[in-house]
Design a protein around this ligand. Structure first.
Ligand SMILES: Nc1ncnc2c1ncn2[C@@H]1O[C@H](COP(=O)(O)OP(=O)(O)O)[C@@H](O)[C@H]1O
Ligand SMILES: [Mg+2]
Length: 143
């Protein structure tokens, strides 16, 4: 697959840094626009990468978002150092959230992030180790 890799970019995301929340996904969006990727694919990636980025900011210590553009797909790897997710099946349920009150007050914590990442991607994978961190890999096919 690596032979089809056209472009890669990596962005740092800092836990609790709400001030810069959304910047990494916005940079990813701009990069895809610059490449002339179609708007529906950009929308899928933007929604999914924003949710992944905000989850790092809300729940993790820090992390990175990696964009990989292939000839046939867009891949995002969102990886963090953080508490990890103990029950992935539960975390994937619509409406499930452990967001603390001050985060809910900011308008987050609807429990739709992970389900929406899955909905907006063609392939979705989540790996998490308790006390270590979480890694999401999702892809949107170019058609
Ligand atoms: N990167 C992460 N690190 C640790 N826990 C996470 C992470 N992302 C999601 N979670 C857990 O999964 C739950 C569901 O996430 P999500 O669907 O995005 O909803 P929300 O962010 O609104 O709570 C979160 O409330 C949290 O408990
Ligand atoms: Mg979320």
């Amino acid at each position: 697959m690596a032979k089809n890799l056209l472009l890669t970019d990596k962005y740092i995301v800092i836990g609790r840094d709400f001030e810069h929340g959304g910047e990494a996904s916005s940079k990813i969006k701009n990069e895809l626009k610059r490449l002339g990727i179609s708007s529906d694919i950009i929308r899928n990636i933007s929604i999914a990468s924003y949710e992944a980025e905000m989850n790092i900011i809300i729940y993790a210590k820090d992390g990175t978002m990696t964009l990989e553009v292939y000839s046939n797909k867009i891949k995002i790897i969102a990886e963090d150092i953080g508490p990890g997710i103990s029950d992935i099946e539960l975390a994937m349920k619509e409406g499930y959230s452990t967001a603390p009150p001050e985060v809910i007050e900011m308008g987050f914590g609807a429990g739709m992030g992970l389900p929406n990442i899955k909905k907006n991607s063609d392939t979705f994978r989540i790996d998490s180790v308790i006390g270590k961190g979480t890694k999401l890999i999702f892809e949107v096919n170019l058609r």
